[in-house]
Design a protein around this ligand. Sequence first.
Ligand code: HEM
Length: 441
Amino acid sequence: MSNLAKRIYWFLLPVAEPLFALRCCLQLIARSGLVAGLRMFRQLPPGPFRPIDEALRTDQHTLLALAAKHGPIFKCNWRGERVVMIVGFERALDAFQSCPHELRSTYKSTEHLFPNGHLRALHGDMHHHYRQIILRGLRSGLIPVHEAALRADVQRCFLKLHALHPSHNVNTLELINALRGLTTRMLLRVFLGIDPDSPKGKALRDGYDALTPGLAPAFGYQRQNPAFEHLIALVTTEVSRLQQDLQSIEVSVLQRLIAEQNLEPTTRGILVYMLETGRFDLYSLFRWMLYYLAKHPPAAHLITHAGSLRSSAGATAARAFVHETLRLNQSEAIQRRIDDDHQYAGYSIPSQSQLQVCLWETHKDPAVFAQPFEFNPSRFINATHSLDRFAPFGVDEHRCAAAEYVIDLARLFVEEAVASWSVAIFQDAAPVRGNYHWEPD
Ligand code: HEM
């Protein structure tokens, strides 16, 4: 050994033991990290690693097929995200409740539009606070006040479509525009108490159309939006007017919120924004209802013959028609992001994964709904389906705040449709994937 090497040896000798100990520690950390990583990897739910975007765009049965192969909890790679899919409402609720503090709604960003953003994106105490206010505003009782006008709105929509093409051949875009106009009118009446034909109503209708120049609401708002600000200004003027002259008869959600002194900027923003997504969800449901009316004339007869039309038996049949449409189609997505690593049902769910409740797929369970792909509204007549079997409006504390209103407005729509019109499909095609939902083509 050269002199230099000997000197280095004697120099390092006193620190050799601590160095050795450090090396062992590092090895241990690396190994246990690797072991933990491997364990987590092995415990991931089953499911493909390859992206399934294309399959989901083209085949509505993709997730059902994956559930049949991998079981009711499986993972997939969708829109560049790791998504854990859950089929079954009880299971989904159980999964959500197993990690309530780590879950966040993945709803689009709306906090640039108004303080705190939309109810659907909030969580925890803040969500609870605003949800209670909105639910109070939405308690039942408003439909009867507007019923005659709402029915007239539906008739007017059909008359308009008929006038466009007396031969009855309306194309998809014309139909969407007419239905979107209809649902905007309906929601303006019930939620804001504004006659859609008044100058204020016209300004609001134009305002909402300016907010969504395309057919479906934007995926999110990364900055302030002039069209939304204009809508807020219009509603604020109406608020000032109502504050001067508050009637005792309840006519709208807006008026209730003012009377209960609950209309601060967040509640006002939620109300104004709710109409934007609400009119889209509602007209998408109406499209499917027209599709099933055309495809299943016996179901329409059930509504007209269940009793005299618009009687309570007729309404029961109409409500069953709405429920069956929601079961068979028009499914919302329920998605949450998880903030921390989590174990559920023996699986590891890594932080930042998404959990998605498969609504459409759960509604196709043959053990709950016999012949699940058949349109059969009578399964909802004289039958109650608990939330663990039928949940088109959601499963947890974010359940649709307007569910009761949706059913009532859709019931009026189908009653008026079968009373005066017949609907036919002149070019049948398979459903297509729209921006948010599957749609009839
Ligand atoms: C076909 C029509 C509709 C369907 C199927 C539907 C479905 C749903 C679903 C599944 C949720 C829960 C989302 C989640 O858990 O993340 C939800 C939430 C919500 N919906 Fe609807 N909806 C419809 C129409 C409407 C309308 C017309 C309005 C109001 C104008 C509305 C207002 C809301 C609100 C405010 C929430 C959020 C509730 C919360 O986070 O506490 N929805 N909806």
